[in-house]
Ligand binder design. Structure first.
Ligand code: ADP
Ligand code: MG
Length: 875
């Protein structure tokens, strides 16, 4: 920084600004005066003809911002009365060259330094001109949505407050920058869509106090971490709607400032006064730099948030720049003196750092620099006015003020438009629109409902009207017909009377011939009696027609009842047929399940055999060894079982081979009912094969079957046992043995179960046995009466000879025929009533062969023949 004779000795930290260095103008030849020059019209936003800010690149809203150097004007205060006197003999320490925008600071009588400023304002410069030069461009920027700062710096008494804060109440031409700025702002904004709010603060000894409410002290600064914007949420913000209220507010702030400082025992010149004006303007979408659409679609347009531009104007009346005596002679302690000066010296340091393009700018060192971070090196358009006095006595302070101004001129800001979408506003607007639509909808719905009600009522009225007129018409018709009826009756009566009269006249004429004494009575009496008769007949007719009506009604009701019954009958029938179908299905299902159960049983049996086998092998010590053939057999059996019912039989035969009959028979004694049934089934199946029959007998099969027969209750088991025994009964060789082991008794014992299937098997066994016996007798191997008769079978045979179940009946018929073939049985058969049965069979049996057999048997037996003769049975 050159303060003297340094030529171009200071560094230029702002490469964009063109720096002109003139040769120092000096009264002597020694070129010691330096001229620092910066053109006032440096780069930065300019006000375009349409009033919007356009940058050199033409972009209205460039995110990077547009460069805008801090502009500095110097203002010289006229000599005060005191100075007129005191400095009368001395020349001013400064000489202004406003046309060159230069200021010469006298060093001594022969030497001076020359400085160039953006604007040089002489002691004659009017307040209006000062406003227009220093403040107006900043105010216009604020109105366009930029931040702006106007600041006055200088020694106490040089006119900072006069320049910024003069209210101009006595002399309207003396109105300062604050008043004029608000005048311009209020003239430009529209109070319907825009808002202007003001805070007024004082910063003294690093404490911020609200000048609009002095009790609101020590207000803290809040910084937005994203944008870096600073705000004072604790400060009062007053909305300004007219100039008068603003001036009032300024006056109030001034009064509070004075009172507060008196109370603190501080001079007003030691505090900084800060006026903040927040201007929020709503921008129509299509004019906005943020809007990319032309808004053709009205619907979209309404949904588009408006754009809000938020400019903030900060006007700072700084504390006096003179140095405070460090000795504290002004009544301050050293600490106080430091604190009083802290913000101002921090501002100086920051401006130095910015002017020199230092990496570190100590913004956080003081409240003032934090508050003004946007004003120097930030995004605001900043204008500084430095105020100086003419007195050579204060030359040192004047020089230092000038140097401050010179350095501030080098600070480059990047102006940025502060605009954002007004989502809140949009939301409000949409809410209003929504409410309107809701109300409209409600109205429409109501009118719709009313219309429906009206139509309904109308329809009801019409219906009742029609009903009424219909009833009227009916009544009219009825009356008309009644009248017609009565008239025709009357006519008929008249006719009748006429007829009778004619008749009477004829009679009279006849009576005349007879001699006319009873003439009148003769005419009258037949007429009266005829009328009476007619009325009686009429009555009868009426009665009859009533009766007929009643009868007809009854017939109708009976008919409808009949129809109903028919209908219900058909539905019942369909139900029944459905149920029948279901029943058949169930039966089929049952059969299938039974088949499955049988297969499962045989599997179970097989498994138990297998287990037994394994156990046996284990007992023999053959642990872990399964004979290969058994294994394959089992799988074969399983396979066969899956194939068909024949598989079951085959598997039984195989099982039989494999496990031995003994084992199967032993299972007849099993505790497990299922196992027992199954064993019975197997035995029954085996017994069907002649080859197995002897084997079964050898293994005490009959006694085991007999035992089962005696113990079993269920018809299925009994049927199978009876079937097995019946099969054995058909074997000629086993007759004696079977009988000997109680086979016949067992068979007969099973008739206690009245199940026809069981009885059929019993009958079959008896027939088989009788057939074999008969054969043996014929061959001569059997003598004496039948073992069946011996074992008491005859009574049951006779009893069931005419059983209604044909399988039973057939077997018994055959058995009787067989028994009857041998004379040895004849006596018992006759005494037991079997003869009668045979006679019946020979006459009535539906099967011809049996009938013939019975007949032949009867006629070939002498015993039967003689008995029949004795009983006079025709043969
Ligand atoms: P500061 O605020 O810098 O301490 P003031 O604004 O209080 O100084 O000014 C001190 C005195 O000088 C005031 O009486 C003021 O009216 C007067 N004054 C300052 N500047 C001018 C000017 N340009 N023209 C006329 N009077 C001025
Ligand atoms: Mg002042």
């Amino acid at each position: 920084m050159a303060t003297s004779g340094g030529g171009s000795s200071y560094r230029n930290g702002t490469p964009r600004g063109s720096l002109k260095v003139d040769r120092p103008l000096s009264v002597n030849s020694n070129p010691k005066t330096s001229v620092k020059s910066k053109p006032f019209s440096s780069s930065g936003p300019r006000r375009s003809s349409t009033g919007s800010i356009v940058s050199s690149t033409g972009a209205a809203n460039d995110d990077a911002g547009v460069p805008g150097r801090v502009r500095v004007a110097v203002r010289l205060r006229p000599r005060s009365a005191e100075e007129m006197m005191a400095d009368a003999d001395f020349a001013d320490c400064v000489e202004l060259q406003p046309e060159l925008k230069r200021l010469r600071l006298r060093r001594n009588n022969w030497d001076s330094d020359t400085y160039e400023f953006d604007e040089v304002l002489t002691e004659f410069a009017s307040q209006k001109r000062v406003y227009e030069v220093v403040a107006k461009p900043v105010v216009e920027s604020v109105l366009d949505g930029y931040n702006g700062t106007i600041m006055a710096y200088g020694q106490t008494g040089t006119g900072k407050t006069y320049t910024l804060g003069c209210l101009g109440e006595e002399d309207t031409a003396a109105r300062g920058i604050m008043v004029r700025a608000m005048e311009d702002i209020l003239a430009d904004v529209s109070l319907e869509t825009d808002s202007v709010c003001v805070s007024y603060l004082q910063l003294y000894m690093e404490s911020i106090q609200d000048l609009l409410d002095p009790s609101n002290d020590n207000i803290s600064i809040v910084e937005d971490p994203k944008t870096g914007d600073v705000s004072l949420p604790g400060a009062n913000i007053v909305e300004i709607r007219n100039q008068r209220s603003f001036v009032e507010l300024l006056r109030l702030g001034e009064a509070h400032r004075f009172a507060a400082n008196t109370k603190l025992n501080a001079e007003s010149s030691r505090s900084h006064a800060i006026l903040m004006v927040h201007v929020e303007r709503s921008v129509k979408g299509k004019h906005s730099a943020l809007s990319g659409e032309n808004g053709n679609n009205a619907h979209i347009k309404t949904l588009k948030p408006a754009i809000i531009r938020k400019g903030k104007l900060v006007v700072v009346d700084l504390a006096g720049s003179e140095r405070i005596d460090k000795s504290g002679s002004e009544g301050h302690t050293l600490e106080e003196a430091k604190s009083i000066n802290l913000s101002l010296s921090a501002l100086g340091k920051c401006i130095n750092a910015l002017a020199e393009n230092s990496v570190h700018v100590p913004i956080r060192d003081s409240k003032l620099t934090r508050l003004l971070r946007d004003s120097f090196g930030g995004t605001a358009r900043t204008s500084l006015v430095i105020t100086i006095g003419p007195s050579p006595r204060h030359r040192g302070e004047t020089a230092s003020t000038i140097m401050f101004g010179q350095r501030a001129m080098k600070v480059e800001n990047m102006l940025k438009l502060k605009e954002e979408f007004d989502y809140k506003g949009l939301s409000r607007r949409l809410d209003v629109q929504l409410d309107k639509l809701i109300a409209e909808h409600e109205r429409q719905q109501k009118s719709f409902e009313d219309e429906i009600k009206r139509i309904t009522a109308d329809a009801k009225n019409r219906i009742s009207e029609v009903e009424r007129s219909y009833a009227d018409a009916l009544e009219k018709d009825r009356l008309k017909y009644q009248k017609d009826y009565m008239e025709s009756i009357k006519k008929l009566e008249e006719q009748l009377v006429n007829n009778q009269q004619k008749h009477g006249i004829e009679k009279v004429s006849v009576g005349h011939k007879d001699g006319g004494s009873a003439l009148t009575s003769n005419i009258e009496s037949p007429m009266i009696s005829t009328i009476k008769e007619v009325s009686e007949l009429k009555k009868l007719l009426q009665k009859e027609s009533l009766l007929r009506k009643a009868a007809e009604e009854e017939v109708n009701s009976l008919k409808s009842q009949l129809a109903q019954w028919k209908m219900s009958e058909t539905s019942e029938n369909s139900k029944i047929s459905k149920l029948r179908e279901m029943l058949e299905d169930e039966a089929r299902q049952k059969e299938k399940l039974e088949g499955e159960i049988a297969i499962l049983h045989s599997q179970l049996l097989q498994i138990s055999f297998e287990a037994d086998e394994t156990r046996r092998r284990l007992d023999r010590g053959g642990f872990g060894k399964v004979p290969g053939d058994l294994d394959s057999l089992l799988s074969q059996v399983k396979h066969q079982q899956q194939e068909s019912g024949n598989g079951e039989k085959a598997s039984i035969a195989k099982l039989f081979e494999q496990v031995g009959l003994q084992k199967i028979l032993s299972l007849l004694e099993s505790e497990d009912a299922d196992l027992q049934i199954h064993a019975v089934k197997v035995v029954a199946n085996l017994a069907a094969e002649e080859t197995n029959q002897e084997l079964i007998m050898d293994q005490r099969g009959i006694s085991l079957l007999s035992m089962t027969a005696a113990n079993a209750e269920d018809p299925q088991t009994l049927r199978m046992v009876a079937g097995a025994i019946a099969n054995l009964c058909g074997n000629d060789k086993l007759q004696m043995k079977l009988r000997g082991e109680g086979g016949i008794k067992a068979l007969l014992g099973m008739v206690r179960c009245r199940n026809p299937d069981v009885l059929a098997q019993v009958a079959r066994g008896i027939a088989n046995f009788a057939k074999c016996e008969s054969r043996a007798s014929t061959q001569g191997t059997k003598i004496g009466r039948s073992l069946l008769i011996e074992d008491g079978a005859l009574p049951w045979i006779v009893q069931n000879a005419n059983n209604e179940a044909s399988p039973i009946r057939r077997h018994i018929e055959l058995a009787l025929c067989h028994l009857a073939q041998h004379e040895a049985n004849a006596k018992d058969m006759i005494s037991g009533g079997a003869l009668w049965e045979l006679v019946r069979i020979s006459r009535d049996c539906s099967r011809e062969d049996i009938r013939t057999l019975a007949h032949r048997t009867l006629t070939s037996s002498s015993a039967f023949l003689s008995e029949m003769r004795r009983l006079r049975i025709d043969y």
